[in-house]
Design a protein around this ligand. Structure first.
Ligand code: FES
Length: 228
C-alpha cells in the first residue's frame, strides 16, 4: 500500500464485504462466526473452538460461512463467546464440543441452539449482545469495533475507518490545529502523572531545533522533560 487511493479502495471494498458484521439485515447468504480470542476466552480454549468450526465446515463442504477471530467482547465471564452474524446470535460459555451442534443446528438447519444462548443477570435468555443489560448501559467509543473485527487483519481495521483521523491530520490540518484538538479533548498520558498530551506536543513544537526528542522521565509533569 503506497497511496491514499489504494487505502480508499481497500476501505470501500472491504466495508461492503463486512457489512453483515454490523447490519443484521444485510442482504447476503454469507455468515460470519466470530470467536473471541481475548485473553479470557483464549485461556478457555477459544483457539480450539475456532479450529473445530473450520474443520467441521470443511468436512461438510459449507462454503458460505467464515470463521473469524475477534478481540474481547468485554464480558469475559460468559466466555468463550461465539457470535454469529448477520443475525447477531450470542452463544456463551461455549466449548470445543459445542461446535458440531452449532454448525448442524444453527448453520445447516437454521435453528438456534437454545441451551447455549447467553443469560442476562435475571437468568432470562437473550438472543443478541445488545439485549443484555450489561451492554445497554454502555456506549463504546474507542472500543466500538472490538469484538466486531479481526484485530490482526489491517484491511478489516481500514474497513471500519481505521487511520481516518491520521489521514485527516496529514491532509487537512495544520500542526497548531492538531495540537488544539488534542488539548481540547483532555487526553492525558497514562504514565502516572497524567500529563496533558496536547501540552506535551505544544512544548515539543515550541522547542528549538529541527530534530526533537520527547523524553518521558519519572516525573512527567516536569517541563524539563522536553528537549529540542
Ligand atoms: S476475553 Fe472473550 S469476552 Fe473477554
Amino acid at each position: 500500500m503506497k497511496t491514499l487511493q489504494e487505502i480508499h479502495k481497500i476501505r470501500e471494498e472491504k466495508r461492503k464485504e463486512l457489512e453483515l458484521r454490523v447490519n443484521t439485515k444485510a442482504d447476503t447468504r454469507e455468515k460470519h462466526i466470530l470467536v473471541c480470542h481475548g485473553t479470557g476466552c483464549t485461556s478457555s480454549k477459544s483457539p480450539e473452538i475456532l479450529e473445530n468450526f473450520r474443520r467441521i465446515l470443511k468436512e461438510k463442504n459449507i462454503t458460505n460461512v467464515r470463521v473469524i477471530k475477534t478481540g474481547c467482547f468485554g464480558l469475559c465471564a460468559k466466555g468463550p463467546i461465539v457470535i454469529i452474524r448477520p443475525e447477531d446470535t450470542f452463544y456463551a460459555n461455549c466449548t470445543p464440543d459445542d461446535c458440531e451442534e452449532i454448525i448442524q443446528s444453527h448453520i445447516v438447519e437454521g435453528k438456534i441452539v437454545d441451551r447455549l444462548l447467553a443469560k442476562d443477570i435475571d437468568g432470562s435468555k437473550v438472543n443478541s449482545l445488545d439485549e443484555l443489560n450489561f451492554y445497554k448501559k454502555q456506549k463504546r467509543i474507542a472500543l466500538k469495533n472490538c469484538g466486531v473485527i479481526n484485530p490482526e487483519d489491517i484491511d478489516e481495521y481500514l474497513a471500519f475507518d481505521g487511520y481516518l483521523a491520521l489521514e485527516k491530520v496529514l491532509k487537512d490540518m495544520s500542526q497548531d490545529e492538531v495540537i488544539d484538538v488534542i488539548k481540547k479533548s483532555g487526553l492525558r498520558g497514562r504514565g502516572g502523572a497524567g500529563f496533558p498530551t496536547g501540552q506535551k506536543w505544544e512544548l515539543t513544537k515550541m522547542a528549538e531545533g529541527k530534530t526533537k526528542y520527547v523524553v518521558c522521565n519519572a516525573d512527567e509533569g516536569d517541563p524539563r522533560s522536553f528537549y529540542g
